[in-house]
Design a binder for this molecule. Structure first.
Ligand code: GDP
Ligand code: MG
Length: 442
C-alpha cells in the first residue's frame, strides 16, 4: 500500500494545477491501494471524499509542492480516522482484570503473554496469566510454555469450568500480591452462542477493567463483523490487532477505527514476546503512507512560496470570479511572503499610497479577516451571498471569537473590492488598457 500510494502521489501530482480532472487518477490510485490493503469500502469512500474536498477546496496551493501538500492531506485524514493519541489501559483496580477474547487463532494466548511481559517490564506490574481455554487441545500447555519463557506465572485448573477457575484465580492473586490478572479465554472458528454465553459469564464474575478483543489483522473484511459481534455482547474496552509484522498492510486498523469506533490499544508485530507495541495513530498513518519523514516534507511544502497561486487569483479576478476564497488565498500568500505593502498595492480597493502606519493597521485587520474567513465553510467563501443569513453570521462570529462589526467590515470591504475588480476588468476588456493602472500587470 505504502509504496503504491507514494508512487502514485509523486507521479500524478507534479507541477500542474489541481483540478477535478487531473486529481482523478491519483484518487483512483489511492482508492485501489486502500482497497487492496483490505480497508473497508465505506472507509475508502469516506477517505477519498475527504481528500478530494480538501484538495479541491483551496487547501492546496498549486505548484511544485502540490504533491507534498496532497500527501499531507492524505496523512491527516488517515490520522483523523485512526485517532489522535495512543489509548492506554485502565489498570487502577487492585487487582485489575484484563480479559482477552477473540476467534481461534487470532493471537489471544500469544498476546496475553506479550502483554504480561510488557506490563511487567515497562510498568513494573506483577501480572498473573490465567489459562481458561479448556477446549482447544494443548492450549493451556501453550500458555504455560510461553509463561516460562517470560517468567510469568500461569494459573490453571486443567479442564475445570472456566468461570470457577477465574474466580479462584482472583482469590489467588489477592493472596499472593498479583496486581494484574490476564484471562486467556477460549476462541472458536466462528462466533457461536455457547462461547458468547461463557464469555459473558466470565465477564460478570470477574468485572474486568479491560476487555480486549484480539483480531488477526490479515483476515480482511470480516474483521468488522467480528469486532461488532464481540462488542455487542461484551462491551469491549479496546482492540488488539495482531500479525501486522514488518511491512504488513495496516489497513485493518483503519477499518476498525472508522467502522467500530473502538480504540485500538496495541498491535502485534511478530511471534516474539516483545513484538507487541502500543498503537500510535500517527505512526500508523505514517506507516500506511510509507514515510517516516512526513513532517519534514510538510514543513518544506509550507515554507515554499507559491507564486502560481497569486497568478491564479489574478486570472480569476480577470474573469470576474473573485470571491472570499480568493481573498483568503491572497491573505495566506501575503502572510507567507511577509511583504504586505507589495501585496496591498495589488489588493482591490487599496491601490494608492499607503503609509507605514496604515500598513500596520491593515496587517492587524488582515489577521482578523483571516480568522473570520477560517471560520467560514468553503461553500460560504465561494458563495459569499450565503452570508446574508444571520444564522451563518452568528456561527462565524462565535466560531472565530470576533465581533459582528469586524465581520461586517470584512464583508463590506470584500463587496467594495469585488465591485472594483469587476469594474476594472470590464474597463480593461473594453479599452484594452491595463486595468491595474500604469505599467504592466502586477
Ligand atoms: P489464539 O488461538 O487466539 O490463542 O491464538 P494464538 O495466540 O495461539 O496464536 C495463533 C498463531 O498466531 C500462533 O502461531 C502465534 O504465534 C501467531 N501470532 C500471534 N500474534 C502474532 C503476530 O503478531 N505476528 C505473527 N507473525 N504471528 C502471530
Ligand atoms: Mg489460545
Amino acid at each position: 500500500l505504502a509504496k503504491r500510494m507514494k508512487k502514485s502521489l509523486e507521479k500524478k501530482v507534479n507541477k500542474s494545477t489541481l483540478n477535478e480532472e487531473n486529481i482523478k487518477d491519483t484518487l483512483q490510485e489511492i482508492r485501489l491501494a486502500l482497497l487492496e490493503a483490505d480497508v473497508n469500502n465505506e472507509v475508502v469512500k469516506e477517505l477519498i471524499s475527504r481528500i478530494k474536498d480538501k484538495a479541491l477546496g483551496g487547501y492546496i496551493e498549486e505548484g511544485a509542492n502540490a504533491n507534498q501538500q496532497l500527501i499531507k492531506i492524505v496523512h491527516d485524514e488517515l490520522q483523523s480516522i485512526l485517532g489522535q493519541d495512543k489509548k492506554g489501559l485502565d489498570l487502577n483496580k487492585k487487582p485489575s482484570v484484563i480479559m482477552m477474547v477473540g476467534l481461534q487463532g487470532s493471537g489471544k494466548t500469544t498476546t496475553a503473554n506479550k502483554l504480561a511481559y510488557l506490563l511487567k517490564k515497562k510498568e513494573g506490574k506483577k501480572p498473573l496469566l490465567v489459562g481458561l481455554d479448556i477446549y482447544r487441545p494443548g492450549a493451556i500447555d501453550q500458555l504455560k510454555e510461553l509463561g516460562e519463557q517470560t517468567g510469568i506465572e500461569v494459573f490453571e485448573k486443567g479442564k475445570q469450568d472456566p468461570v470457577k477457575t477465574a474466580k479462584q484465580a482472583i482469590d489467588y492473586a489477592n493472596e499472593n500480591g498479583y496486581d494484574t490478572i490476564i484471562l486467556d479465554t477460549a476462541g472458536r472458528l466462528q462466533i457461536d452462542e455457547q462461547l458468547m454465553d461463557e464469555l459473558n459469564e466470565l465477564r460478570k464474575t470477574t468485572s474486568p477493567s479491560e476487555i480486549l478483543l484480539v483480531v488477526d489483522g490479515m483476515i480482511g473484511q470480516e474483521i468488522i463483523e467480528v469486532t461488532n459481534a464481540f462488542n455487542k455482547l461484551l462491551k469491549l474496552t479496546g482492540v488488539v490487532v495482531t500479525k501486522l509484522d514488518g511491512d504488513a498492510r495496516g489497513g485493518a486498523t483503519l477499518s476498525i477505527a472508522y467502522m467500530t469506533n473502538l480504540p485500538i490499544k496495541f498491535i502485534g508485530e511478530g511471534e516474539k514476546v516483545n513484538a507487541l507495541a502500543p498503537f500510535y495513530p500517527k505512526r500508523m498513518a505514517d506507516r500506511i503512507l510509507g514515510m517516516g519523514d512526513i513532517e519534514t516534507l510538510f514543513e518544506r511544502a509550507m515554507e515554499s512560496i507559491d507564486e502560481r497561486s497569486i497568478e491564479k487569483t489574478m486570472k480569476r479576478m480577470f474573469m470576474g470570479q473573485y470571491d472570499l476564497e480568493d481573498l483568503r488565498n491572497q491573505l495566506a500568500q501575503t502572510a507567507r511572503i511577509g511583504n504586505l505593502s507589495g501585496i496591498m498595492k495589488m489588493m482591490p480597493g487599496l491601490n494608492g499610497q499607503i503609509s507605514e502606519k496604515q500598513i500596520a493597521e491593515a496587517q492587524r485587520k488582515l489577521v482578523i479577516f483571516s480568522i473570520l474567513m477560517d471560520s467560514m465553510t468553503i461553500k460560504e467563501r465561494r458563495e459569499p451571498k450565503l452570508l446574508k443569513s444571520l444564522k451563518r453570521k452568528d456561527r462565524i462570529i462565535k466560531g472565530s471569537g470576533r465581533s459582528e462589526k469586524e465581520l461586517n467590515e470584512l464583508l463590506n470591504n470584500f463587496d467594495k473590492g469585488r465591485k472594483q475588480v469587476l469594474d476594472m476588468t470590464k474597463k480593461f476588456k473594453k479599452g484594452g488598457m491595463n486595468a491595474f493602472g500604469k505599467g504592466k500587470l502586477p
